[in-house]
Design a protein around this ligand. Sequence first.
Ligand code: MN
Length: 232
Amino acid sequence: MKPLALALALIATSALPAFASSDTAKNAAFTLPALPYATDALTPAIDKQTMEIHHGKHHQAYINNLNAEVEKDSKLQGKTLGDIVTSVSKYGPAVRNNAGGHWNHSFFWNIMAPAAKTGTPSPELSKAIDDSFGSMDKFKEAFEKAGAGQFGSGWVWLIVNKNKKLEITATPNQDNPLMNDAKVKGTPIIGNDVWEHAYYLTYQNKRADYLKNWWSVVNWAKVSENYAEAVK
Ligand code: MN
């Protein structure tokens, strides 16, 4: 590989979380990543049964469905999850929904942690949040509002956009801001799942309460790493 091509390949890889570049359909099917904590570790913000069903059933189903699409379509074979997500408009809705579902959930588990182990935002991230939103409280308020305002199922994100600035955006279904046809594009550093399956057992219809309590399990150490990667 020529030096320029190698540099570009490294940049392309570093823009995505580590799991995205290593998880490939080349030789083996996509597989469910293990949770980085026990299923009851996020209580009371997220209950054990929700975690078991969400990770073990919902996430697994996206992976099974994606693998079925890879089996059927040779163009998908050898592609990484990141490759598929960033060129998703080339494929049909089943690939969009299930590759998006696999990427989004893999990301989601990693930006949460038990309340005692969440760490704190880095000074650089704190400053960027203050600069973009006025304060951490104002950022949280705006993020919760975007999550509550996403009609039906979807996700709410904090991204680093092409100007290296923080921006909040919401996406429907299993779409995300890395998708090549996303309305607002960028690198996610926080994402919250606002599908009812993410909160209904504890919160029923009260999505706003889920969004508020969710901050107690946001892994600020990991989010700060995501931020540092994204602004490189
Ligand atoms: Mn989900």
